[in-house]
Write a protein that binds this ligand. Sequence first.
Ligand code: GTP
Ligand code: 3PG
Length: 222
Amino acid sequence: MTIWALIPVKVFAEAKSRLSSILTPKQRAILARAMFRDTLSATALAEGLDGIAVVTKDPEAAEIARLAGACVIDDQTQDLNDALTAGRMTLQNRLGAVDLIIIPADLPAARASDIDDFIAARRTPTQIVLSPDHEGDGTNMLLTGAMTDFPYAFGPASYQRHISQAKDLGYEATSLKSVRVGADLDNPSDLYRIWQHAPGEHTKRALETFCLSSHWPLKEVS
Ligand SMILES: Nc1nc2c(ncn2[C@@H]2O[C@H](COP(=O)(O)OP(=O)(O)OP(=O)(O)O)[C@@H](O)[C@H]2O)c(=O)[nH]1
Ligand SMILES: O=C(O)[C@H](O)COP(=O)(O)O
């Protein structure tokens, strides 16, 4: 079975609004771009993937994706779940049946091996594999097969919602918990966790440049 990663990317200038109490609009755009670069680099190193697609309306994100060899799908929607559904349809029209791993672009600590572990956990066509965020609330990676009837339901409490949907549709849900995959950066309180889990180089540099140490003791763990 062909397996692709699908990475959704919001317009950088509109991203990470929940960090507006500690970062300027320019800093948030820089951080969103840095996290996307790191997520994309890790994804590109995964051995088990046949391809990577990025669904976005941001021209700069599209250019970064193309330079990394990813396929770009123009996002004509206004919503994350609609963008993912459109991305899945585009890939299935082009490639036929395809397994898809949704990888949000704000996982700067995720590594290629995390993605390969995810792929290895999938054994049957009627199985989904998913990872929760560190709070067990959101879904930080989601692997589905060619089951086009599985609705994307990202947003608050999406982890339990995705599991319930799988059950209702007669699919098996396998949960893989990883501290690195669970470390998304949504809120100011996530910063120290990200730092502890050794984010990729672009995110690390951005966080260092922002001099956040005056707000947050971003100490490296030994
Ligand atoms: N293509 C696309 N991607 C999106 C959209 N909304 C969110 N994303 C992406 O989905 C992933 C998870 O998004 P969030 O954690 O909600 O990030 P965010 O929207 O930048 O953060 P907030 O503004 O704080 O809600 C990130 O990769 C975002 O870039 C959308 O409308 N379209
Ligand atoms: O499940 C989700 O929607 C993703 O993990 C993003 O969740 P968030 O709202 O915590 O960013």
